[in-house]
Design a protein around this ligand. Structure first.
Ligand SMILES: Cc1ncc(COP(=O)(O)O)c(C=O)c1O
Length: 359
């Protein structure tokens, strides 16, 4: 590794994690979430990998993300989870063979302005309790009337999204599923409920289609667990290197604001990675990382380009030593806990100053 900060994405791990999804949900088709640049992993290489590994469809947030995938020669069906925002987007979706997740009647009004010849693929999204996007459940009969009016539309099915599936103790997930089932009782059309937490923790959420995101990247959506606990392989390893080493006397302040004082005479290392690379500034002193495979800890504030480390447990550290922020030996879920956030956000925060390499 010659570069300063490198994210190595193991595409084999993504294949493995897709196979795990199939093991958990053997009777479901898989719509793989690759929005937000495949959760920061690189939408094109990840989508091509998922396509060749047999995913059934992809999901992105918005049309710009979908068009990039089509430009990258990705042929799989692609669903727009936020639907369309304008008539132009509706027409472009038809041209690019995108599946529109329709979540409100104003979007239906837009679609109805398109010529009958436009080949529209649509999902309806129902709000079973997330209270973010989606039709209220009592809109189902009106939606069935819309479908009856449009035999030319290719109807993909009914989506709902779980709000608390990452909390195994919460009764809310089963309540949401029960409400969704009751609203669709006797109504034809494929069903889609589970995201990663749904796939892993809630067998009843594994319906005709599952929509995993995070688990494909090898991380656990469930609190207190890591991807390895679910048989997943972390796909992304984030590494940098030690660029300076100094010994400081007990009591020496380290970094901006002097928020850390050396508790004894000790070795401190500087790592070439900071919040401009996407590392959370909220990671406090004591956050664990690995230096040459040994445990080390953040000492002082994360700054824009650098982090300072307590190297008391790495007495032989040398300039150029590899520093692993997260990866197979340093679960991202642990680091996320120290930043009071989730693996999702750590992934998505990585900036384009980090070099990406694919293996
Ligand atoms: C509607 C919908 N389905 C599926 C997913 C994938 O979720 P996860 O990454 O938790 O598996 C998301 C992500 O936010 C989503 O919004």
């Amino acid at each position: 590794m010659n570069q300063r900060a490198v994210a190595t994405v193991d595409l084999g791990a993504i294949r493995h994690n897709l196979a795990q999804v199939r093991r958990y949900a053997p009777n479901s088709r898989v719509m793989a979430a690759v929005k937000a640049d495949a959760y920061g992993h690189g939408a094109i290489p990840v989508s091509r990998t998922l396509e060749s590994a047999g995913a059934d469809a992809l999901a992105v947030a918005c049309i710009e993300e979908a068009v990039k995938l089509r430009e990258g020669q990705v042929q799989l069906p692609i669903a727009l989870l936020e639907g369309i925002l304008s008539l132009d987007e509706a027409a472009l979706s038809a041209r690019e063979r995108l599946q529109i997740v329709v979540n409100d009647f104003w979007q239906i009004d837009l679609l109805e302005q398109l010529p009958v010849s436009a080949s529209l693929q649509i999902w309806f999204k129902l709000d079973s309790g997330m209270h973010r996007l989606g039709f209220p459940l009592d809109a189902v009969s009106r939606l069935c009337e819309v479908l009856a009016r449009h035999p030319d539309w290719d109807f993909c099915g009914w989506i709902t999204h779980l709000a608390q599936a990452d909390e195994p103790e919460s009764p809310f997930t089963l309540e949401q599923i029960a409400r969704y089932d009751a609203a669709l009782d006797g109504v034809p059309g494929a069903r889609s409920i589970g995201n990663s937490a749904g796939v892993l923790g809630w067998p009843d959420a594994r319906r005709d289609w599952v929509r995993p995101g995070l688990m494909l990247y090898g991380a656990s959506p469930m609190q207190g667990k890591t991807g390895a606990d679910w048989g997943l392989l972390p796909a992304l390893t984030l590494r940098s290197r030690v660029i300076a080493l100094r010994r400081y006397e007990a009591g020496s302040p380290i970094g901006y604001g002097g928020s850390y004082h050396c508790p004894e005479d000790m070795l401190v290392g500087v790592v070439a990675l900071g919040y401009a690379d996407g590392i959370h500034r909220s990671l406090a002193s004591g956050t664990p990382v690995k230096v040459a495979g040994q445990p080390a800890f953040i000492a002082g504030r994360v700054s824009m380009d650098m982090i300072t480390l307590d190297l008391r447990q790495v007495p032989d550290a040398r300039i150029g030593d590899e520093v692993m922020l997260w990866g197979r030996d340093a679960p991202i879920e642990v680091l996320a806990g120290y930043a009071d956030t989730l693996a999702y956000e750590l992934f998505c925060r990585l900036t384009n100053r980090v070099q990406f390499e694919y293996v």
